[in-house]
Design a protein around this ligand. Structure first.
Ligand code: PLP
Length: 397
């Protein structure tokens, strides 16, 4: 798009500029490919910021949503809808049992978790331990839980009661626990923080601490959940079960939806009247959520994602050996971070110029969140572009 394009002009005039947007207007997508208004095709290694884990417009989800909108768009949670119960059952059966609360986004799921653990710990316990480099969303509670000073600037006073520990430091967590602590909240793999993968021992240690001090262990699986890691949920990759889990992003394949799951023993703490979400678990989200789970099952996508992750791993490890600009490759399934020795913004721009969509987080980490149903030739093609661009970065520096 040129700078005098009507789309850009309308944005400039009427849309609050809180996002840094590229001058590209996307109009259509299918699988791991998207097209812009000028008809240019892009290969998408970051579809929907992690929301489109089944790629753009997965047919079962499209069909389920189309059918649903013609039948019933919204009903409040004063009534029962069969699909919401069915969705909860499927999530429960694929995770640790228990029950679901539905909302519309990741930050809302975490707000529900914050309220739940406080209600469960009331009246004496309210403090929650979270981790540096974590990310939990943009509402004030979730922002306060997010231990990254850059997201707090100018917002004070924040919601009280959060205590921050270095990610991976069990001793620090131990020291922060007191009589008022009710929970430990973390992403089992930090996403926005740069695809930081903890050791199994760290998560096991947190589980032990939580049990010893009767704290609730909350996993924010908003980015890691629904198959991203090659398992339904990242906690299954590590074999460490949380008491509470939050989900969103890929939960409904791109339709807005969020959920909190917890055990049947803890669930009653979120008692009637204490929490709600008007749109939570609505018929469209439920239809999309169910179709998402069915697609993963019926198309065997966990196994496919594990295979494709191996192809990524081989390509990226090779790249890292050839190109010193790559400091480290971190990957679990379809969650990939390439730590560079320099800033990554130019890499993202140059990939965009070559019609490959990627992301950079924490300024030096190239992040890829590819679709689970990506195909091998797409991986090879995108990695060719990435390698060419990264090779260019080296020769420039
Ligand atoms: C994206 C993200 C959130 C926030 O989700 P929203 O839907 O944008 O509110 C929370 N936690 C994690 C781990 C995320 O990646």
């Amino acid at each position: 798009m040129t700078t005098n394009s009507p789309v850009l002009q309308t944005f400039e005039k009427f849309v609050i500029p809180n996002y840094k947007r590229y001058p590209v207007c996307l109009v259509r997508g299918q699988g791991s490919r998207v097209w812009d208004a000028d008809g240019r095709e892009y290969l998408d290694f970051f579809p929907g910021w992690g929301c489109n884990l089944l790629g753009h417009c997965p047919p079962r989800v499209v069909e389920a949503v189309q059918r649903q909108v013609a039948e019933l768009i919204h009903v409040p949670n004063t009534w029962h809808i069969e699909s919401q119960g069915e969705w909860a059952r499927l999530l429960s059966e694929h995770s640790f049992g228990g029950q679901a609360f539905f909302c519309n986004s990741g930050t809302e799921a975490n707000e529900a978790a914050i309220k739940l653990v406080r209600l469960h710990g009331a009246p004496d316990r309210y403090k929650i331990i979270t981790f540096q480099g974590g990310f939990h969303g943009r509402t004030l509670g979730a922002t306060s839980a997010t231990a990254q000073p850059k997201y707090h600037e100018g917002l004070g006073p924040l919601v009280g009661g959060f205590r921050y520990a270095p990610f991976g430091d069990l001793d620090a967590v131990k020291k922060l626990i007191d009589d008022q602590t009710c929970a430990i909240l973390l992403e089992p793999i930090q996403g926005e923080g740069g695809v930081r993968i903890p050791t199994q021992e760290f998560l096991a240690g947190l589980r032990q601490l939580a049990d010893a001090h009767q704290l609730l262990l909350v996993f924010d699986e908003v980015q890691t959940g629904m198959g991203r890691t090659g398992h339904w949920f990242a906690y299954q990759h590590f074999g460490i079960q949380p008491d509470v889990m939050t989900l969103a992003k890929a939960l409904c394949s791109g339709i807005a939806g969020g959920a909190l799951l917890t055990t049947a023993a803890i669930a009653p703490s979120l008692r009637p009247g204490m929490h709600a979400a008007t749109f939570g678990g609505n018929p469209i989200a439920a239809a999309a959520g169910i179709a998402t789970i069915q697609t993963i099952q019926e198309e065997n996508l966990l196994a496919h994602a594990q295979q494709m992750a191996q192809i990524f791993a081989t390509r990226l490890q090779g790249m890292a050996q050839r190109l010193p600009v790559i400091r480290e490759v971190r990957q679990v399934g379809m969650m990939i971070g390439l730590e560079l020795i320099c800033k990554g913004a130019a890499v993202v721009q140059q990939c965009l110029d070559k019609q490959l969509l990627i992301n950079c987080t924490q300024s030096t980490v190239i992040r890829l969140l590819p679709a689970m149903n990506i195909q091998e030739d797409e991986i090879q093609r995108g990695c060719d572009v990435l390698e060419e661009v990264l090779g260019h970065v080296v020769s420039q520096s």
